[in-house]
Design a protein around this ligand. Structure first.
Ligand SMILES: [Zn+2]
Length: 629
């Protein structure tokens, strides 16, 4: 998910709703009252009571009025600048805490109007806060570099903000004067519309296809209906589901195409007014990621399509098919095996798996398990999916789970704990302003944990069928996270480049571009996968194309974490210490690429990608050996 709230330049409030499948079984859920306290959040470290929250909120509303006294004065002296930034820090901290309390309370039961109203109040207060502090970044920008450097020498306290200030000054050449910036900000009211249109259409108003399955049952193909049936073990069902689902989308090709083109035109607007060479550069520069990281990901992926094709051939063989079609992607390679874990078993296996990360790491996991950082079970009205929050700087992160006892749930818990520990160490070691890790790194710590968990679980399992089940799902992650997301990234790049050249994009043109990529990636012309022309409409199903050059980070994170886990498991000297001290504890004290470099992962080279490919091939080697037996 994208950041849901933006305050000042670096005070981002990010809720990592992760990329986990949100399928939940509609089993009879226990009511909240029937669940033991130890599996429910304790929100009292945030505020003793809702009453206390209300008082703090009123205090906060007054405090944001205090920024006015600094307006127009930040250039005057180092002392004033530090005072203002310290105040911004304290206010932001309090805001994060207030917001967290309201959101956690509301997520426990979405049907309750009280907490929802609290959340909405915070959202409004956030806008007020944003307005009150909005002069700070432009004023900092207007101070000359020499003067900032002189300020830094005069006042040690300002050094806490060095990275924050550098990040503002870095984009000086792409920032316009105050009047123009105001106009650009106003344009935001319009450029956000395509996503809103898509979201309402996709979530609510789009007519759903219905399909009759082999057993005579009828399924409505909304999001849950589609993801729930596309992995069916019955091939006819899969084909029917695909044809109905994409056939329905195809009816709206023109509308959705115009809408996506409107999004691209919005991106073009920002590129042009901010004087970037390309939309990609404009989007990536926000996080100071070189465009070469993006283009070399695509290049490496093309050079390694043979590895994806090897997997597709293996899939065809294991599913016993004469020819592999696009609708054969989702069923598991071997019949699903129930690997059940109680919460205690899950906690133990996670602790064992993450033991290599050292004593403090494991002790903190215990705190998370024992001190009610985690809201574990699904209950009526609770928010679906899973996430970790880390913005409660002086308290501790919180995790929302909907634990059902499957291996996937254990993996999700390990994943969310990766985010939590990243926040824990960064909050502990960094000044608040540098405590939030860059979005480019967000999925590294989480997927590193998934990798360590798989390695540990495989170590203990000898049963070939169980091994095959786990290895198979790991392989599928390589396809969906690395290859599929890179294909999305390439699609985004192509459509933006076409728009930059003045070509217009219609729905059928988008379908044609997407279909070419799909055929190339899946080896259609080589006879590896048969891609029916209808599936070229798949672009219309992907909400992430409204996030503008965002998805490539799923692929880069996956490469980085696969490489990291391999380095750790191979016992590379000093690796774990560097991981804790230079990566998990780094927050945003530096930019993403240099932080990763400190742990030996250089995303400007192809090494992490090659390590990921080697891992994927190793998994296939083992699967082939297992099925020969
Ligand atoms: Zn995540």
């Amino acid at each position: 998910m994208k950041s849901i709230f933006k305050l000042s330049m670096l005070f981002l409030f990010i809720l990592l709703a992760c990329q986990q499948p949100a399928e939940e079984k509609q089993e009879a859920q226990k009511s909240r009252a029937d669940i033991e306290d130890k599996y429910k959040w304790d929100l009292t470290p945030l505020y003793e009571s809702t009453e206390a929250w209300k008082n703090a909120k009123e205090q906060f509303a007054l405090s944001i009025k205090g920024f006015e006294k600094y307006r127009g004065k930040l250039n005057n002296s180092a002392r004033i600048l530090v005072k203002c930034l310290d105040e911004l820090t304290e206010t932001s901290k309090e805001f994060a805490r207030l917001y967290s309390y309201a959101s956690r309370l509301s997520d426990i039961d979405k049907r309750e109007s009280g907490p929802l109203a609290m959340e909405q109040e915070m959202s409004q207060l956030g806008t007020e806060f944003n307005k009150a502090a909005s002069f700070i970044d432009p004023e900092i920008l207007s101070i000359s570099v020499d003067r900032i450097n002189a300020f830094m020498k005069q006042n040690k306290g300002l050094q806490n903000y060095a990275q924050y200030i550098d990040n503002i000054q870095r984009i000086k050449t792409h920032t316009r004067n105050a009047e123009e910036e105001k106009l650009i900000a106003e344009a935001g009211l319009m450029t956000g519309s395509p996503y809103d249109v898509y979201s309402i259409f996709d979530n609510a108003e789009m007519p759903r296809a219905k399909v009759e399955l082999n057993d005579g049952s009828e399924v409505i193909l909304d999001a849950a209906g589609y993801t729930g049936t596309r992995a069916s073990s019955n091939r006819n069902d899969r084909q029917r589901v695909f044809e109905a689902f994409f056939g329905k989308l195809k009816e709206f090709e023109g509308t959705l195409g115009s809408n996506l083109y409107a999004q691209v035109k919005g991106d073009m607007f920002y590129k042009n007014v901010r004087k970037y060479d390309s939309c990609m550069e404009s989007a990536l520069n926000v996080n100071n990621i070189p465009t070469s990281v993006y283009t070399s990901l695509i290049k490496s992926t093309h050079e390694n399509l043979s590895t994806l094709h090897r997997y597709l051939e293996l899939r065809k063989k294991m599913l016993g098919l004469d020819e592999l079609c696009y609708y054969d992607m989702y069923p598991p390679l071997v019949p699903r095996i129930d690997l059940n874990y109680s919460v205690e078993e899950a906690q133990n296996v996670i602790k064992e798996a993450l033991k290599p990360l050292g004593e403090e790491y494991v002790q903190t996991l215990d705190k998370a398990f024992n001190n009610r950082w985690i809201d574990m079970f699904p209950t009526p009205g609770k928010r679906s999916g899973a996430y970790s929050t880390g913005s409660e700087y002086d308290v501790h992160p919180y995790i929302l789970m909907n634990y059902n006892g499957q291996y996937d749930d254990v993996s999700t818990l390990a994943h969310e704990l990766g985010h939590t520990m990243h926040s824990y160490f960064s909050n502990k070691m960094q000044h608040f302003v540098n405590s939030r890790y860059p979005i480019f790194l967000a999925e590294v710590a989480s997927t590193t944990n998934e990798n360590l968990l798989i390695a540990h679980v495989l170590d203990k399992i000898n049963d070939p069928n169980k091994r095959l089940a786990i290895l198979g799902s790991q392989l599928e992650s390589f396809r969906t996270t690395l290859f599929r997301q890179t294909m999305f990234a390439e699609f985004e790049l192509i459509i933006h480049q076409k728009a930059e050249k003045g070509e217009s994009l219609t729905g059928d043109r988008l379908t044609q571009i997407y279909l070419e990529l799909l055929k190339q990636y899946y080896g259609h012309d080589k006879g590896i996968t048969i891609i029916d022309d209808l599936y070229g409409i798949e672009w219309a199903y992907i909400p992430h194309f409204y996030y503008t050059f965002y998805v490539f980070q799923y692929a880069t994170s996956y490469c980085a974490s696969t490489a990291l886990a391999q380095k750790m498991l191979s016992g590379e000297e000093g690796m774990v210490d560097r991981y804790i001290n230079d990566f998990l504890s780094a927050g945003s004290s530096d930019y993403a690429i240099p932080i990763l470099k400190k742990v030996g992962i250089d995303m400007t080279t192809t090494e992490p990608f090659e390590m990921a490919m080697k891992k994927m091939n190793d998994i296939m080697d083992e699967i082939e050996t297992l099925i020969e037996k």
